[in-house]
Design a protein around this ligand. Sequence first.
Ligand code: SF4
Ligand code: SF4
Ligand code: SF4
Length: 316
Amino acid sequence: MENFEDSIREVAEKLLRDKKVDLIIGYEQGTLPLRTTPCFVEKLEDVKKLVWNASCDANLSKYVVGKKEKVGVVAKGCDARLIAVCAVENQIPRENVVVIGVPCQGVIDRKKIEAKLEGKEVLEAVVKDEQIKVEGEGFEVVLPKKDFLCDSCHTCRHRNPPIYDVLIGEKLPQSTDKNEFAEVSSLESKSTEERWEHFKEELSTCIRCYACRNVCPLCYCKMCFVDQSMPTWFGKTNDLSDTMIYHIVRAFHVAGRCVDCGACTRACPMAINLRELVKKTEKIMKERYNYEAGLGLEEVPPLGEFKMEDSQEFIK
Ligand code: SF4
Ligand code: SF4
Ligand code: SF4
């Protein structure tokens, strides 16, 4: 990881020095333990701020959408996939972006650590090899990193960026034996009524803060339907029916485009399991169209195009 950090800084410095880019988007250390924040580097002297570690969880592709200048961006597997999706959708001019690809070993889910510590505040944390050492007022614990990774990382099959201009380090072996849809099976075993009840219960605590929308690189509409008032598509309240409409429409909007980066679930202050619904749509896209989002720059997402011979069983 330390070598990756040095390599990222070297690449960033060279790109800025050679004027190949105007801006580097990477990560810098946050002010709290186990946190990083997006870092925007325009000057050579700021390159040293860039870090790389298991807390680099923000999906930086979000910050590339709509940028006019030439940008270099640090990209894990899922970030690179979203850059590819947004490039295919003409939201990122690929020629303006230098993708600094980083093979990814997974990122830590702080909520899992908080749950394990039952609310005790972490004042210091060190991630070394496969362990996380956390310390606070009167306690010190060593945790196995693998048990505290994000759920998306547990089943991720694209840890190597599928598109990149510069690769940091060596590619990781491709993992093939992961049951990435295990979580969906329990949902599928339920009847339609049970699923509805399940989602009603899961979403009942949603406060409509829209953090899940704001963090997602795929939510780039200049005016989101939830913010429109002419016409008003649905209420602004957190009544369950309004909340359900928001989540159903969001799930349809990201269907066939979502790469399971996990950013929306991590951003939710109410710990709502948003992954289940988007993972189900991902599974449908795979089964019906043999399609996985963001693996290249050629293929248009199945729901982004229309052919006369397409099955239309929904029109009856
Ligand atoms: S989903 Fe994959 S690429 Fe993204 S952070 Fe997790 S392991 Fe890395
Ligand atoms: S819907 Fe969530 S998991 Fe999917 S791409 Fe957007 S932020 Fe990532
Ligand atoms: S982040 Fe969580 S609470 Fe906020 S709108 Fe999304 S699901 Fe609701």
